[in-house]
Design a binder for this molecule. Structure first.
Ligand SMILES: C[S@@+](CC[C@H](N)C(=O)[O-])C[C@H]1O[C@@H](n2cnc3c(N)ncnc32)[C@H](O)[C@@H]1O
Length: 78
């Protein structure tokens, strides 16, 4: 965790690391907003690293399952 911050009832924490590992430590239905910019399948590998297109779905499904688990039922995914 890098920056714990509180603004009234809103709590902000920034975690740095592999999102799959970090997501596994987050409670079910505890996140109101998920906004993500995942890697382009091998399109900008020099800049961001890359996941090969043929491996992309297998790579993303475990992450997507965790995102769905932690998102509140009334939450937003962008
Ligand atoms: C398309 S870039 C997003 C760039 C970002 N929106 C920006 O403006 O700099 C994808 C980013 O996801 C990061 N990334 C890839 N796999 C990750 C993972 N398992 N956990 C966390 N970040 C990851 C990459 O390091 C890269 O910075």
């Amino acid at each position: 965790m890098l920056v714990p911050e509180s603004h009234g009832s809103i709590q902000t924490e920034i975690f740095e690391g592999n999102c799959l590992t970090i997501l596994k430590g987050i409670q079910d239905e505890s996140i109101d907003l998920i906004m993500t910019s995942p890697p382009y399948a091998d399109k900008r590998a020099k800049t961001y690293g890359g996941i090969k297109p043929e491996n992309y779905v297998d790579w993303f499904i475990p992450i997507a399952n965790e995102l769905k688990r932690v998102l509140c039922p009334s939450g937003t995914f962008i």
